[in-house]
Design a protein around this ligand. Structure first.
Ligand SMILES: [Cu+2]
Length: 116
């Protein structure tokens, strides 16, 4: 039969777990992205995304072992850093327009961001 002490400890441990989860979520979210694109099997999904000005989009690499990049070359961005499975890339779009992008090491991987 569990003692009151034991039960309290279990409750406390549960609260610690909940606190840790709460604390770690904003870190995993990595800022305030409002839209998501997944990268898997050499594809951006969704391939085309429409957002409002001021939106931050987050790309997440969901591959098993392949790195990628998200490069807005036509917008004049410098070549973007590669990011690895489990890592993310974020970019904020303030000005309405059409922003095509591609993966640096795999130029056939393309996507479009529409800001309107
Ligand atoms: Cu790639």
């Amino acid at each position: 039969m569990p003692s009151a002490k034991c039960t309290l400890r279990q409750i406390r441990n549960s609260l610690i777990v909940v606190s840790l989860l709460t604390l770690s979520l904003p870190c995993q979210a990595g800022g305030n992205a409002q839209a998501e694109v997944e990268i898997f099997k050499f594809q951006f999904t969704p391939q085309e995304i429409t957002v409002k000005p001021g939106t931050t989009i987050r790309w997440t690499n969901k591959e098993k072992r392949q790195y990628h990049s998200v490069w807005f070359e036509q917008a004049g961005d410098p070549e973007a850093a590669y990011f690895f499975p489990g890592e993310t890339y974020e970019r904020t779009f303030d000005i309405p327009g059409v922003y095509p992008y591609h993966c640096g090491p795999h130029p056939k991987m393309t996507g479009i961001v529409r800001v309107e």
